[in-house]
Design a protein around this ligand. Structure first.
Ligand SMILES: [Zn+2]
Ligand SMILES: [Zn+2]
Ligand SMILES: [Zn+2]
Length: 280
């Protein structure tokens, strides 16, 4: 059984190009004939039943890419920033808005669960996740959970002093690391990754080629490569592993082809919307 990941979005909070921005990168992105230069907010579909990060573009991402949301079994959230959550869309799971869907499990840290619940209560009068046919599961960094055949290991990210998670997910002996919205990972996360194998990795590369060495709340592309090297040195990534940068901002001053050219000598690729990756 292979593992399949489809990239539903590969951009930052403001999308790519940035809506009110007239910088050279945004201008070039708008004029580009390459559809890979348009980036929705970062989101991943794993094997048709799991989505990681379900943000403001989730509705059109599902329609564009033929994702049947009524079949979805679980959503995992990395953190509560607005580009990664979409509480309004979840409220349309209620009776009257939605018929015949399977129950959904929602995995997130406590602050993210509170943010979702608070929005639903204040704006739609929804008092519980149960009203939306959702079972919420509270995650803490370093504490693994298993749901069906999916092993979920949430790990600490370094991101604007909020509780943000990255994930190592494993199913049928295949593993994918979801590492967006973090600076250079905290030491506790590196320690937890010791001895683990990663078949497929998506690593933050928000600040692209402009602030390439940035490593605080996000990463620039040179920091992404520093992470790749450490994961290779640790044996987590092998020659067979596939590695991608993701969560690209216009502030990285690079279009898709330029990011690909920067990463290529290091056997790393740039993710783009609609990309489908298989682990055989
Ligand atoms: Zn983000
Ligand atoms: Zn711009
Ligand atoms: Zn964020």
């Amino acid at each position: 059984m292979s593992l399949r990941v489809k990239i539903l979005g590969s951009g930052t909070a403001n999308g790519f190009p940035s809506p009110f921005c007239d910088c050279e990168t945004c201008r070039r992105a708008r004029a580009s004939q390459d559809p890979r230069d348009l980036r929705r907010r970062t989101s991943y579909l794993i094997d048709d039943d799991t989505i990681v990060d379900f943000g403001p573009d989730a509705y059109w991402q599902s329609v564009t890419y033929g994702v049947e949301l009524h079949r979805l079994r679980r959503i995992l959230h990395t953190h509560r920033h607005g580009d990664h959550i979409n509480p309004e869309l979840l409220t349309y799971r209620r009776t009257g808005w939605s018929m015949n869907h399977t129950r959904l499990k929602l995995f997130a840290s406590k602050p993210t669960l509170i943010a979702l619940q608070t929005w639903a209560l204040q704006n739609e009068g929804v008092r519980s996740f149960g009203e939306m046919d959702i079972d919420d599961v509270c995650l803490a960094a370093g504490h693994a959970v298993t749901d069906g055949d999916l092993d979920i290991l949430p790990l600490a990210a370094k991101h604007h002093h909020i509780e943000a998670l990255v994930y190592l997910l494993a199913r049928n002996g295949r593993s994918v690391f979801i590492g967006n919205d973090s600076g250079y990972y905290p030491e506790e996360t590196w320690k937890a990754l010791e001895g683990r194998h990663i078949d497929l990795a998506f690593l933050d590369a928000t600040f692209g080629l402009f602030k390439a060495d940035y490593d605080d709340d996000h990463m620039g592309a040179a920091t992404t490569l520093r992470v790749v090297q450490r994961l290779r040195d640790m044996g987590c990534l092998t020659d067979a592993s596939q590695v991608f940068g993701i969560h690209f901002s216009h502030a990285g001053h690079a279009l898709h082809r330029e990011l690909e050219a920067f990463f290529a000598p290091h056997r790393v690729r740039a993710a783009c919307d609609g990309l489908e990756v298989y682990v055989p």
